[in-house]
Design a protein around this ligand. Structure first.
Ligand code: GLU
Length: 375
């Protein structure tokens, strides 16, 4: 538990991501609730008037699409959900547009897939686009591009809680607010235990917290408390505060920003640098297996030398992110200064033999310490 008031943590907000869950959007019905969306638009306008940028991650496309299609009975089938997401998304954006228009604000639709944060070029393109959208005072509204994300090919976020955490950390938000049908994190499941207590602040996500998360998923949204805790972990490690609160609380966003103790705040670990965050969450293009000696050296934040490398898998260029494994277990991730072909030729060699093996030697280290993140 922390002693400081919420104000202390929310003092210098520049950019806030607001994630709105399906049950909040539909308010228990099958269509989008205009009143609720109007209230979010009004509160976002209030943030903007204070100079705080707002980004929205919206769910609700599948829920709205299923009811438009009258397809509730087949709602678990992936192609049906994909069709529903596509049909529902256009209705959803129309509604957001209507709500924001009342406050003179334009909205921008951004549909993301898994690789937005693992492919550096895509990520930088996205950042530029978002930056420009914000410069034009519009509000970016994100959702997953469900029509092309299928679990089988491992290209799915699976839930908008995780997506909102990734958007927050990759777009350098100071705060993620997850609005949902739960009031926050309880010490036990409040639906089962009447004496369950709401936890106001979480400094660190422990196994106890993971265990108390249980699950509270609805049928149409995919998120439960477990995915929210996962989102909190991502935000915590990357230095972004996160709050879970009920969307039923009146003026919830404005009141949170003004420091009212609403919901549960998960406090950020402010230590990690921007590059480290990027490496940690980037897709790995291959892996480098190292020996025990190298493993010990890495733990002391020393660079990775060729001599400690036993094997290379996958094809990657210098500058790509790779997993560093020992005994097959991922111990770190890093950005090598040599490509996979070169590393195959120099693995196990002393640094003074690299030139002989390659015909050139650009670097002594295969991965410099500042480009390594321990996992
Ligand atoms: N992308 C899904 C939708 O718009 C939501 C996923 C989720 O609720 O986490 O319906």
């Amino acid at each position: 538990m922390i002693q400081m008031g919420r104000n202390e943590y929310l003092k210098e907000l520049h950019r806030v991501v607001i994630k709105v869950g399906t049950t909040s959007i539909t308010k228990g019905g099958s269509g989008a609730s205009s009143d609720f969306m109007d209230s979010i638009a009004r509160q976002v306008k209030a943030l903007k008037d204070k100079g705080i940028e707002a980004l929205i991650v919206t769910s609700g496309a599948i829920g709205i699409g299923l009811s438009t299609m009258n397809a509730r009975s087949r709602s678990r089938e992936i192609p049906i959900r994909q069709a529903a997401a596509s049909i529902g998304q256009s209705v959803l954006m129309q509604k957001w547009n209507d709500s924001f228009q009342k406050f003179g604000i334009a909205v921008a639709q951004i549909l993301l897939t898994f690789d937005f944060y693992s492919d550096r070029e895509k990520y930088l393109n996205l950042r530029n686009a978002i930056q420009t959208i914000l410069e034009y005072k519009a509000v970016p509204i994100f959702n997953e591009n469900d029509a092309i994300c299928v679990k089988e090919i491992d290209a799915v976020f699976g839930d908008n809680d995780t997506l909102s955490a990734m958007v927050s950390i990759k777009m350098d938000a100071d705060l993620l607010i997850i609005l949902s049908d739960v009031d926050g994190l309880y010490d036990k499941n409040p639906k089962l235990f009447s004496d369950a207590k709401l936890i106001s602040a979480v400094n660190e996500i422990t196994d106890d917290i993971r265990a108390s998360a249980g699950d509270t998923s609805s049928k149409v949204g995919t998120g439960g408390m477990r995915t929210k805790i996962r989102a909190a972990e991502i935000c915590h490690e990357a230095g972004c505060n996160m709050i879970i609160a009920s969307s039923d609380v009146e003026n919830v966003i404005e009141r949170i920003i003004s420091g009212e103790e609403i919901g549960t705040i998960f406090l950020a670990d402010k230590k990690e640098r921007k590059k480290s965050r990027w490496i940690r969450y980037a897709h790995a293009s291959g892996s480098i297996e190292v020996d025990e000696g190298a493993k010990k050296a890495l733990a002391k934040h020393v660079s990775l030398l060729a001599i400690g490398i036993k094997a290379v898998t996958g094809r990657f260029d210098r500058g790509d992110v790779v997993n560093i494994t020992c005994g097959g277990k991922i111990i770190a991730k890093g950005i090598p200064d040599y490509n996979s072909d070169d590393i195959s030729k120099i693995k196990g060699l002393h640094s003074d033999k690299l030139e002989e093996a390659l015909g050139h030697k650009n670097y002594d280290n295969v991965i410099r310490s500042e480009n390594i993140v321990l996992m």
